[in-house]
Design a protein around this ligand. Structure first.
Ligand SMILES: Cc1cc2nc3c(=O)[nH]c(=O)nc-3n(C[C@H](O)[C@H](O)[C@H](O)COP(=O)(O)O)c2cc1C
Length: 219
């Protein structure tokens, strides 16, 4: 059995990457980790050119990635939430799995999980529900493809203004926008996945739950 893990985060060795890898390792099964910035994947053209062949007509890496998804027994997908929705790379990847749908439903019954890194602090009703928008995009993709959505988890990420060097004086800084008028770059700090016990536990639990579903399927 093989699990495919995908990260849509463009940052090298990012929180999203490491959280996806943690969940993959927790499955105890063979896995492959894919970072979408290593591939060129355009969004679906809605041309239905894949209807008879189950293969996309766009000549880019989306064809190879769809093949990897088809051959995997489960998917763990990690994205982040620029402007409060699922990032474009992860969304384009999901759209490019559309060819696997027609007549065969190649993704049907496969367990899947979602990991969303977002900078919007948890439990603040005054800010956009970035996590919900991100996780639901993946969850509803999986449901629409007949997959078995096992669960999602939130990783606290970093608003880019934390690292840009102008986070305390820029009038457009996201530091105060997200963390309140008294917040500074220093008081908010850099959030790392490994320091978030809840996210760490949930990543392990997600990997274990996916492995359990797969073992139950072969019994
Ligand atoms: C252009 C841009 C816009 C962003 N907008 C949001 C946002 O609206 N909400 C949010 O939660 N995070 C936002 N972020 C922050 C990302 O979610 C954050 O960078 C995330 O932690 C990246 O995860 P990573 O460390 O795995 O790469 C934005 C990031 C970028 C680059």
């Amino acid at each position: 059995m093989k699990i495919l893990g995908v990260s849509g985060s463009p940052i090298k060795n990012s929180n999203t990457d490491r959280a996806v890898q943690k969940a993959l390792e927790a499955t105890g099964l063979e896995f492959e980790f894919v970072k979408l910035t290593d591939y060129a994947v355009a969004p679906c053209l809605a041309c239905l050119g894949c209807l008879e062949t189950n293969k996309c007509v766009i000549k880019d890496d989306g064809v190879l990635l769809a093949e990897k998804a088809k051959n995997a027994d489960a998917l763990i997908i990690g994205g982040f939430t620029p402007y409060s929705s699922l990032d474009a790379r992860t969304k384009a990847f999901l759209e490019r799995l559309y060819p696997l749908r027609h007549k065969h439903g190649f993704m049907q019954g496969k367990p899947g999980g979602a990991i969303i890194t977002c900078a919007v602090p948890e439990n603040n009703d005054m800010l956009p529900p970035a996590y919900d928008f991100g996780v639901n995009a993946i969850k509803f993709f999986m449901m629409e493809e007949g997959m078995d959505f096992v669960g999602g988890l939130r990783v606290e990420g970093n608003v880019p203004c934390i690292k840009c060097g102008h986070g305390d004086e820029c009038k457009m800084s996201g530091v105060k926008m997200l963390h309140g008028p008294e917040a500074t770059v220093g008081s908010v700090g850099v959030h790392s996945f490994e320091e978030q016990n809840k996210a760490l536990d949930e990543a392990v639990m997600l990997g274990e739950a996916i492995a359990k579903r797969l073992h139950e399927k072969v019994k």
